[in-house]
Design a protein around this ligand. Sequence first.
Ligand SMILES: [Zn+2]
Ligand SMILES: [Zn+2]
Length: 458
Amino acid sequence: MKHPCKYHPGTEALWYCAHDGLYLCQQCVDGDEDHRMEARCLLCNHDLLPAVQSQVGPLWQRLGRYLRLPFSLPLLPLLAIWPVLATLLPPLWAMVPVALVAGLPTFVFSAALMTLRAGPRKSRKAAFPGWDCLAESASWKSALWQALPASLVIGLAALLMVAVSVPVGLLVAVIGMLLVPALWLAVLVQGAEPGAYAAVGNYIVSAPRDYAVAAGFASLGCVSVVALVGVAVDVLPLPLVQGVAGLLAAWWWLVLAEMCGDIAARHGRLWGLNQGGRRVTLPLAERRQRAQLCAGRFDKVLLTTSKIIKTKKATVVDWQHHDRLLAVLGKEDERIALAESYLNCLVGAQAWSVALELVARQRHRDSQWLPTAPALRLALAEGVYPRDPKLAVALLKELHQKYPEFADLGEAYLLLAKVLAEAFGLSGKAEQYLRYVESHCRDVRLRQKVADCRLAWG
Ligand SMILES: [Zn+2]
Ligand SMILES: [Zn+2]
C-alpha cells in the first residue's frame, strides 16, 4: 500500500523519517525538488529515506511477469516482425547488420515503453504505449541511443567468437551486457544524447538490488539467446536460424525494457524524473512552520515567529500568527508585554479593526491600559476616532501633562478638539484645547487649522 503524507492526506508520501516515524510528501521536507536524491526532515532535521524503497518488494519477485510480458497481445506483432524480416533476408554474413535493422520497431517500442513506465503516474494507467510511438522522433532518438551500446556489445562478442574463440566472445557479452540496463536508464533519464552515458554509475549505485536483477537478466539472457541460436545453427536451415535469433532478440529486448521502465518507476524520483508529484509551491520557511504546527511543535514555531516579529519586515500576519501561538501556549504575560509592539505594527499597517480588538482585549484585563508612546497614541487615535471616539479621547487627553516634550502635541490636541466637538458636541471643551494649541504652538499651519475649526463649528 502506498502511504499518504502525514500532513497532506491527499498526497502520496515520497519520504520516510525513521526518527519521527512519519511518511512525508515533498512539501513537508527540506529538499531540492529537481534532484530528489536526499531530503531532510523539517521536524528533526535528520536525513530521510525514500518512501518507495520501504514499500515495494524486490524486482526479482516479478521476474516471471517480466519474462512473460512480450507474449501479451499488444506486443505479439513485435515478436513477429523481427523474426519474419530476418528470415526473409538472404542468409549471408553481410546481411547480419540488416537483420539487426529489422529490430528497429522493437527498439522504438521498447524506448516508448520505458518512457511510459517512468513517466507521471496518471499516464501509467495505459499498459502499453500506442503504435503511434513509431511516429515520434523522441522515441526514435532514445531507441537509437539505447540500441547502440547493446548492438556494439553483441557485435564485438560475435566478432571475437569468430576471430578468437567462443568463450572469449561469450565473456565479453556477459560483462558488456551487465552495463546495458544502466545505459538504457541513462538515456531514459538524461535524454537521448551521448553525454547521458556519463551518468551510468548513478543508476547502478542508487538502486543496486533492482539493478542487479536487470543486469543479471541482460547478461544471462543474452548468453542464453546466443547459446540457443548456436544450437539452432546445427539443426535448422540458416534462414530459420535468423528467424529464431530475431524472435529471441525481440523477446530479450522487450523484457529488459520493461525491467528498466520499472526500475525507473521505482527510483526515478531520486533521479529527477517527473512522476507527476505535486509541485512544491510554498517557500521553505512557511513549509517548515506548517509541518511544525501540524506536528504540534508549537514551541519550535514560536522560536521562529518571535525572531520574525523582531525584524522590521514583520507583517500583520506574522504578528497575528505569533499572538495566536502565545494564546495557544497560554503565555499570557508575554502576550501582554508584546501588546504595544503588536499595536505599533497594526497602526503602521492601518489594520484598524484588529487594532481596536487588541486595545479592547488589553483594556479588558486592565481598564486603564493605553499605549505608552505618545506618537503611537496619536496615530491610533487618528485611525480609530470615527469608530471609537471615546477611545480617541482617552488616548489624547492630558497628553501635555504626561508627555510635555511630545513634538506633535499641537496636532494631537487639534484632533482631540475635533473629536470632542464633532462626536460629543462638547464645543466648550474643544475650545479649551484649541486655545492650548494657540498659546503653545507657533506653527502657522496649526494656527490656521485652529481658525478653520472655529469657523466650522460656528
Ligand atoms: Zn505533506
Ligand atoms: Zn523527522
